[in-house]
Design a protein around this ligand. Structure first.
Ligand code: SF4
Length: 275
């Protein structure tokens, strides 16, 4: 089955393709939602997903101007200590590190290789030194710089901002070296920051063109050879890669891929309140 002509690429779709072409086909071309539980403890998994979604929802409301106290009353009713801890970490961090004017839940697109590439940002903020900070809220465990540097999100987000964010910069295109990507991890308020340069943007463009051309020309999408990726994938039984889900404790400690992001929780599907 081939890609529809009007298909819009995203970092999640590209990452899924790199992780497993079959998962990309099932999720984005066939639009299949296979109901298999992704971990051995479906309830714990669902609860973790819900907490991540609630957290992003709270942050979006806060960025949209809702009074923090009104949001806190919702939290206290919720009686969720972990969510409350994330919220307190966020409130403190953002007050010290982000300017008052920010663009939450920003969606930008740019053409690449005859297709559209979309990025959904948690926050883009123009800093006092005129750099543009892309912040992505993460509710998984802190990732190494080297791991995050390889993710499609790190490649796609600065690229799309540089190509289509000129309206944020008085109509002038944003120089690559003025763009920074920051992952913020809720449990300890830790951050991982990645710089952009003209060279990194050029190589991002080459890689995106090549990847999109390859995907657009494919008619078959094979299963990944990396069978460990199947342990927490909901298509496991459909692909005959085992019926038993991976252990939830392993899911929480899995080093790769990011269990809170494209691996299990397709952020595009929840409005890229992304993990
Ligand atoms: S179960 Fe494995 S082969 Fe099938 S879509 Fe998921 S990751 Fe790919």
């Amino acid at each position: 089955m081939s890609l529809p002509d009007d298909f819009i690429f995203s970092q999640s779709a590209l990452q899924d393709y790199l992780d497993c072409p079959r998962r990309f086909e099932l999720r984005y071309i066939r639009d299949i939602r296979w109901p298999a539980p992704e971990t051995s403890s479906a309830i714990a998994y669902e609860s973790r997903q819900m907490r991540g979604q609630d957290f992003h929802h709270l942050l979006h409301q806060h960025a949209a101007g809702v009074d923090p106290q009104a949001l806190e009353s919702m939290l206290f009713n919720n009686n969720d200590d972990e969510l409350q801890g994330w919220w307190e970490n966020y409130l403190k961090w953002q007050s010290l590190n982000l300017p008052a004017i920010r663009h939450p839940e920003l969606v930008l697109t740019t053409p690449v290789a005859g297709s559209l590439l979309m990025a959904k940002y948690d926050i883009v903020a123009k800093m006092p030194d005129s750099t543009f900070l892309i912040v992505d809220w993460k509710t998984g465990k802190t990732r190494k710089h080297s791991f995050l540097a390889e993710r499609m999100q790190t490649l796609v987000y600065p690229y799309v901002l540089a190509r289509s964010g000129d309206w944020l910069n008085d109509g002038k295109s944003i120089p690559p070296e003025k763009i920074k990507m920051l992952y913020w991890f809720a449990d300890k308020a830790e951050t991982v920051e990645l710089e952009t340069s003209a060279k990194s943007l050029e190589s991002a463009e080459e890689r995106l063109i090549s990847l999109i051309n390859v995907i657009a020309g494919r008619f078959e999408f094979p299963l990944t050879d990396e069978k460990k990726l199947c342990r927490f994938c909901s298509f496991r039984s459909l692909c005959e890669r085992g019926n038993e889900p991976g252990n939830f404790d392993d899911y929480l400690t899995e080093d790769e891929p990011d269990s809170s992001e494209s691996f299990n929780m397709n952020l595009d599907e929840i409005g890229e309140i992304s993990f």
